[in-house]
Design a protein around this ligand. Structure first.
Ligand code: NAD
Length: 258
């Protein structure tokens, strides 16, 4: 079975950039209609223009994912305008520069802010989407795909707030799989390694930096957003119908290399 989302409706948080935008585009190319949630209206507008320019359908739900009203309204708008909800992909996330310091130097404000967006935002998205993702026995499952990071499965040596938030996202995904599996919902967590998006802030903007990173990746390539989006789209689809509760590193093999 190939990745086929025809007739599906998928809500993507952080859909205004990077992995979220690529996921909105990949899900749309597979046949889904998409709700794009982001705090950046410009980002949403650009994603919607790309989706509709390619013949797809997308609607906007601007706002901050750490605000419960935003997430409740995004789901409500999806049901009102697109009629149903089959999939959720939670890409909205931040990495804050202050979080690069050793833990003792990280302010409580920074730590809480990162947790609010990355972890609370994921909780709120699942909370408001999951009642609509429930399916009767025998029907194709509703599917949740969360985006954590390899920081959730190995020690990165920086980013206390980021690491704690991403570990929480992976754990919350497993809990969701167990709680909602019997109600017809699958939930899986993707842990990307380094991906060339605005979040990575141009760290690979020199040939030397790219070469150094490629050496650490068994597949010898720095990921682009599409590499993650294609796995997310597969996990949304019925081709992944017996796959749930998993934490999947999409990192070119970096976490399993010696
Ligand atoms: P990105 O910065 O390109 O996109 C993130 C999007 O989230 C942006 O459009 C931003 O406006 C939106 N966003 C941020 N805070 C928000 C909020 N409070 N409410 C609503 N929207 C908000 O980054 P990306 O690389 O595409 O990251 C997507 C996800 O992938 C993040 O969760 C990130 O932690 C994770 N990730 C990224 C990398 C990487 O190397 N880029 C690696 C591992 C994991």
């Amino acid at each position: 079975m190939t990745t086929d989302l025809r007739g599906n409706v998928v809500l993507v948080t952080g859909g205004g950039s990077g992995i979220g935008r690529a996921t909105a585009l990949a899900a749309s190319a597979a046949g889904a209609s998409v709700t794009v949630v982001d705090k950046s209206q410009d980002g949403i507008d650009e994603t919607i223009a790309l989706v509709t320019g390619a013949g797809g359908r997308a609607i906007a739900a601007p706002g901050d994912v750490s605000d419960e009203q935003t997430m409740a309204a995004a789901v409500e708008r999806t049901i009102a305008e697109l009629g149903r909800l089959d999939g959720l992909v939670t890409c909205a996330g931040i990495f804050v520069g202050d979080d690069l310091q050793p833990l003792a130097g990280v302010s409580l404000d920074t730590f809480m802010h990162v947790l609010a967006v990355n972890l609370v935002g994921t909780f709120l998205a699942i909370k408001h989407a999951v009642p609509h993702l429930e399916r009767a026995e025998g029907a194709p499952h509703g599917s949740i795909v969360t985006i954590a990071s390899t920081a959730a499965i190995r020690g990165h040596g920086y980013g206390s707030g980021y690491t704690a938030s991403k570990g929480g996202v992976a754990a919350l995904t497993r809990l969701t799989a167990v709680q909602y599996g019997p109600r017809g919902v699958r939930a899986n967590c993707i842990c990307p390694g380094g991906v060339d998006t605005p979040m990575s802030g141009g760290v690979w903007n020199t040939d030397e930096a790219r070469a150094r990173t490629r050496e650490r990746v068994p597949l010898g390539k720095i990921a682009d957003a599409r590499d993650i989006a294609d796995v997310a789209t597969f996990l949304l689809s019925d081709a992944a119908r017996h796959l749930t509760g998993q934490t999947i590193a999409v990192d070119g093999g970096t976490t399993v290399a010696g």
